[in-house]
Design a protein around this ligand. Structure first.
Ligand code: TYD
Length: 133
């Protein structure tokens, strides 16, 4: 059950009257070395992102601004992880179907990835995914 490995991680936070600061260090706060960083923004209301799994890539997702949900599916069960604070992140191991949904207006998703972009790492077919896991 891959859900055992997926988890919400509370990141270090420096609350300050000048503004708050949080930090991620590879290996220390997340269990992989960061090969790639990308972000998703300007998501129109009602849109869904993701809807695939990766064979190898692990990810760590932070709602830098606003909120959204990450739906995870390990082929047997589904679970929704809400992200709505800049100091929480969701670790997603490889081999988990994931979808991002219910983005609030002006939300920004930061995604740290363990591999470089590789289109052959994607599984887009849900039936194939279920057989794969
Ligand atoms: P995709 O991973 O399908 O987005 P999402 O899972 O959020 O729906 O990527 C969308 C497009 O962006 C696709 O054409 C591939 C490209 N892309 C890159 O070129 N590099 C990357 O690191 C990522 C994540 C996507």
């Amino acid at each position: 059950m891959k859900f055992n490995e997926a988890e919400i991680v509370q990141l270090p936070k420096n609350f300050d009257r000048r503004g708050n600061l949080s930090v991620i260090e590879e290996i220390k706060n997340i269990p992989f070395k960061i090969e790639r960083t990308y972000w998703i923004y300007d998501v129109p209301g009602g849109e869904v992102r993701g809807g695939h799994a990766y064979r190898q890539n692990q990810e760590f997702i932070v709602a830098l601004s606003g909120s959204f949900e990450v739906l995870l599916d390990d082929g047997k069960a589904r679970k929704i992880f809400p992200l709505n604070r800049s100091y929480y992140g969701l670790y997603i191991p490889q081999g988990v179907w994931r979808q991002m949904q219910n983005f609030s207006t002006n939300s920004v998703a930061l995604i740290l990835a363990s591999t470089k972009f590789d289109s052959s790492d994607y599984i887009y077919d849900y039936e194939y995914f279920k057989a794969y896991v």
